[in-house]
Design a protein around this ligand. Sequence first.
Ligand code: C5P
Length: 299
Amino acid sequence: MSGVHIRVPAKINLHLGVGAAREDGFHPLATVYHAIGIHDDLIATPASRWRLETVTAAGIDPADVPAGKDNLVTRAARLLHAHLPGLHVRIEKAIPIAGGLAGGSADAAAALLALDLLAPGCPPRDLSLLAAELGSDIPFALVGGTAIGTGRGEVVAPVPDPHTWWWTVVPAAVGLSTPEVYRHFDRLHPDAPAVPAPADRVLAALATGDPRTLAAALHNDLQTAAVDLRPELATLLARGEAEGALRGLVSGSGPTCVFLCESRDAAVAVADAIGGSGPARVLVAAGPARGAHQVVGAP
Ligand code: C5P
């Protein structure tokens, strides 16, 4: 095999229940992950030495890509590439960075899958365990679709989600640090319960196929903290709803805001209305989307 091409989706959280910080500093979660059709592509080719190259879509600043050991792809490669002399990894980034869409986690999941495919001779390993070691959101990026996440988010169980949901996705020009948002959550909610709010309402809404029912059930315990750190998000959320979205929600730890809409046309109309005068790069995406997978016939 000369190389592999992996495609991996962004995620949003339809429900994000957050409990009081555990002794290890992580917060217990009861979340419903939902993969949407905004993708990064990773192309990995065996080479004489390690090289990571990132190209970014319009609106994403390449300077925001974490360097060195902070790059999750580099860390994923360190875990797995012992059986390869070297590797050239090219990432084509369309998922906004530090946006609450788990773009870095997506790339790490893609790297784990690529390395696993490129070094088939080595002992079998459970990629989801390696993924969990690297980051809380990474096991979900391997699975995709819609799934319940528990533990610190790394314990993932797929749930049926047979309908298509349409989202307008509004990234911010400047990202938010996930640890900072969690720290602010701690400050704002010193009495947070040990057990996070359950996801039952969203799970029941998914089964109905009715976007209005799902809109009413969407929930994010990190939203207050993200909006407190970035007050302009409150204006954006209200604006999207005034333009016809059924509901606006901060995605994960933010600052990306997602708007659930009645249909694809409605999502495009909201994107056009917000994009006209607001942030540069408003996207429309459908969910659920497939988890990390090989693009057949490439490279
Ligand atoms: O697991 P990951 O490396 O993506 O987490 C990044 C940071 O987000 C953690 O270091 C922690 O500060 C915060 N976090 C948390 N509780 C979680 C997940 C992440 O506090 N369940």
